[in-house]
Design a protein around this ligand. Structure first.
Ligand SMILES: NC(=O)C1=CN([C@@H]2O[C@H](COP(=O)(O)OP(=O)(O)OC[C@H]3O[C@@H](n4cnc5c(N)ncnc54)[C@H](O)[C@@H]3O)[C@@H](O)[C@H]2O)C=CC1
Ligand SMILES: O=C(O)[C@@H]1CCC=N1
Length: 266
């Protein structure tokens, strides 16, 4: 399977490494398109595939084209790709917000998939939601799911609006986790821990809590109840979280992310 990845940043490189590591394609069949000679040289040093500077040289002949540039760069990219994409080629866009209808119109091609991965894809622990146009065949969808699954778990969603919602939950989600971790590290530092100790206490607590959650069928509320002693410390923390509207703040953050994804699509 010949794959072209356009945009060799965080996500583009992650895909390239995952596909080659999982042997879903070979280095020879994997192409990366960069937008400047400097980026071509920098990407080539990663040795994950052949690196190209001009779309007309690398678009023809590939089966799948992955668009991994920032949404703000999509207009310029569409200009570069005008007239080059063939109707049998499957497009996978991971650009936040950019709608399937926009991709179809701009590229003049019917087989379009919108996917929303996240950064833990770098270590095979990613979460990707994806959806497609009707023209993508069942066999192509299976092929794409195999590709995306090299970076972690995947879920197919029927409704495109769920891609913007997943952008706000799982796409941006790792940043919310780091935000909470950083706040707890700051609390630990205020209580006298050295930075390395604060980092250890917090990171191992997140790791352990998530692993425990994954291994049993209990809800978050159930686990909170198991940590909390009557009249104890956890209850005091939960009361303070309630008074300072931490939960509402996180929900407001995720909602703002979803709204921004919708806005990027306009
Ligand atoms: N970083 C993340 O956690 C996630 C990002 N995304 C989406 O993935 C996309 C890429 O994000 P990142 O990899 O973080 O961005 P990035 O900035 O690390 O990489 C984008 C790359 O695209 C290149 N580029 C821009 N225009 C180009 C063109 N016309 N031709 C070739 N290369 C071009 C840039 O030089 C850059 O290397 C974005 O659309 C974002 O919405 C989706 C899920 C998670
Ligand atoms: O912040 C962003 O716009 C992208 C989409 C999801 C994660 N990063």
């Amino acid at each position: 399977m010949k794959i072209l990845i356009i945009g060799g940043g965080n996500m583009g490189l992650t895909y390239a490494r995952s596909f080659v590591r999982a042997h879903v394609t070979s280095r020879l069949d994997l192409r990366l398109l960069a937008r400047s000679p400097e980026r071509v040289a920098a990407l080539a040093a990663h040795e994950v595939g052949t690196v190209w500077g001009q779309p007309e040289d690398c678009v023809p002949g590939v089966n799948i084209i992955i668009l991994a540039v920032k949404p703000q760069d999509s207009g310029a990219l569409f200009e570069q790709l005008r007239g080059l994409v063939e109707p049998q080629q499957v497009i996978i866009s991971i650009m936040a917000g950019v709608k399937i209808s926009t991709l179809r119109d701009a590229l003049g091609t019917p087989k379009v998939i919108r996917a929303m991965p996240n950064l833990p894809a770098q270590i095979g622990m990613g979460m990707t939601a994806f959806t497609s146009t009707d023209e993508v065949t069942r066999a192509e969808l299976v092929q794409v799911q195999n590709l995306l699954s090299t970076t972690g778990k995947t879920v197919y969603v029927e409704d495109e609006a769920a891609i913007d919602a997943s952008t706000a939950i799982s796409g941006s989600g790792p940043a919310y986790v780091y935000y909470c971790m950083e706040a707890l590290m700051a609390a630990a530092a205020q209580m006298g821990f050295a930075p390395a100790e604060a980092e250890l206490l917090v990171s191992q607590t997140f790791r352990g809590a998530v692993e425990l959650y994954s291994q049993a069928g209990l809800s978050c509320q159930d686990w909170i109840a198991r940590v909390s002693s009557k009249g104890g410390t956890t209850e005091a923390a939960m009361r303070a979280f309630g008074q300072t509207a931490v939960r509402e703040g996180l929900i407001a953050g995720a909602t703002a992310a979803r709204d921004r994804a919708e806005e990027l699509g306009k």
